[in-house]
Design a protein around this ligand. Sequence first.
Ligand code: FCB
Length: 439
Amino acid sequence: MSGDVFPADFVFGVATSAYQVEGGIENDWSDWERSGKCKDKAARCGNSVEHWERFFDDVQLITRLGATAYRLSIEWARVEPKRGEWDESAWSGYRARLEALVKAGITPVVTLLHFTHPRWFHVETPWHEKSSLVAWERYAKRCAELLDGLNVHITTINEPNVFLLGGYLAGMMPPGIADGRKAFAATANLVRAHVIARNAILDRRRSTGVAAPQIGIAQNMLLFAPSRRWHPLDQALTRLAEGNYNHGFLEAISTGELRLQMPGFTAGRERIDGAAKSSDFTGLNYYSRTHLRFIAKAPWVQFEFLDRHARGLTDIGWEWYPEGFGQILHQLKRYQLPVWITENGLDDRRGARRSQYLYEHWKELLRARADGVDVRGYLHWSLMDNFEWLEAWGPRFGLYRVDRTTMNREWTAACEYFRSVATTRRLTPPPAAEQKSAA
Ligand code: FCB
């Protein structure tokens, strides 16, 4: 196969998460926003981009792109707003939406936990306590039933490392804890949660006689580099970040042993029943490279997004570094599993650079495939503009541009480019016109 062609069975798709697009959700994040903890204190996700209401029309946005997979998440707070009480209309709403995707020829890639939790969760059954797993198992079993008979893939948990760093070490996202001991306990329980969800889905499939879906997690990975190449402490931080942030959770669900060694943050070692070989694929969310600098006061480390190649940072301030995508893909060979790109994309507010970003990242992907990395699919973050957590409504990660006054979803040059590659399977550079028209 020549170097610029995607094979016929390679899957092109797009991704979102429930809270970021659906609208009308009350959960730990909506409380976080109200208590003024986001950067912009007035920012609210609110009705978001009304994807819940507009879902059946939005399916056409996906098919128009020539995409055949859609990664979306189930909002736990929507289906269990009060502990122990299901909202049956929400469950049937999700079922109808998943069926609509399948009917349109789109394979759902379903995430069970994408950062957000019902309001009661952190108060009554937080992740650092065993009770979390009781609540989770009940939810996961119900998710397994939801998927009965459908051809789907599953990412049980989105970016456990981002959630743990943000929510349990830095205290900047819900539940707002900064405690190394609790962080380790929560990490171990999230590994268990992955195993519990997997078993729930596999058990259910066995009892209904339908082929098992592919199950994994979506892991955020950054390419780490020392800010000062010669500095031993920057180098040591880089190694620690690679081992812990990038690979800690992946190793746990591969070998069955969770090992974290983050001096000053958290440390521990624990075998977790059932965790060994508990994934069918590695899901990679790749965005950027980050440089690490040791600083002489807590938290001892500074993350820096540098523009070392003068390419211009993306609008959110992350480095444009497709080479890192290729390098991380090579690192994933060690897990000996198929790889899915479960997220990749950029904040591009003027719509000037997305096609070029796609082109350069796809080039790296094809190169990694040619070097033997078994990448099966690519899901772009995101289908359309959405609520970007602490950054709220500033960033635009969407292939479709959303006008939040009219809720119109606007077809962009990047949509056109995505469609041309997804349908022809041939990787050619994007037309230069995009850059000019957005200038
Ligand atoms: C990832 C998240 C996703 C989105 C992108 C930009 O870390 O999984 O929800 O916010 O970043």
